[in-house]
Design a protein around this ligand. Sequence first.
Ligand code: ZN
Ligand code: ZN
Length: 363
Amino acid sequence: MDYEGRRERLVARLRREGLAGMLVTNLANVRYLTGFTGSEASLLVTADRSVLMSDGRYEGQIRQECSGLEVAIRRPPMTWVQLVARQVRRMGLIQLAVEREHVTLEKYELLREALPACTLVATQGRVEALRQIKDRDELAQIRQAISVAESAFVSHWAAWEPEVSEREWADDLERQVRRLGADGCSFPPIVAGGAHAALPHARPRPVMLGESDLVLVDWGARWNGYCSDLTRVVPVNRISPKFEKLYDVVLRAQQAAFEAIRPGVPVDEVDRAARQVIEQARLGRRFPHGLGHGIGLEIHESPRLAPGQHQRLKAGMVITVEPGVYIPGWGGIRLEDDVLVTRSGCRLLTTLPREAHAWLVSF
Ligand code: ZN
Ligand code: ZN
């Protein structure tokens, strides 16, 4: 991964805004810019120097993961604020960008007190904007995260038993994902049978799958930090006319979104393409969430595909497309696939069949 190139692009971006340096505190951003995978670090970036700051627990790990990078380790009783302030003063910065969404009010106030000669500038989404466009290395990790998630699901689905509970299924899926070499699931899997699937983010219960006539599974794997995110609905024993009708609406909505995706298109237009299909079926109120989101080092990244979001798609973005309809007392249908925005449209990265018949299980 080209960490140095990423830091250079960040510095160029900051410079265009008249900012000389940035304190990066979002761990996913720190990882993106340095390769550090631990749970405590901040990064100070300027045009000629970058310093990764952490505590004594991570000294060895940083040496392994971030060779060549300047490192400052804090030891007790030094505080995080003292360490940052010392580095900022050393660099002679009179202005410092901070990530407003990733600095607590307490740290912000303490930093301001410790750095009276330096103006803190609250910024938002600077590194995240770079992260939206995936490079070749990142795409390879995401593809692997998808491939592992798909294999885990297929082998698991084939071994399905009616006595297995939602919770056991979720646990087994997670085990399978790890067995295939992934870091783990990219989020706690959702396995929801029957009416429980009417909750878009249902938590798996100790209820047997065989008691449901459909099971919604939303899961993903994390590979070298990169996430995949998929949803399939498994019909149990039969496909009822109601299931068939709702499923068809969601499938067509997803297809309409795929066809709308291309660089330059505002994300809310893609959302609208799918939403219109669902509204035409008089189910508009049953689709209570946005159409999708970016995936990468985090399971939910920008861009967010939802009404009112005007950001334009760019080639190299990897996004989910996940329309759904949820009927209280009956259940829910959601289909979620991961796509790459290409120069002329989009490419489906997920390969699992999207038709309901492909997943029918019979006991
Ligand atoms: Zn999902
Ligand atoms: Zn998702």
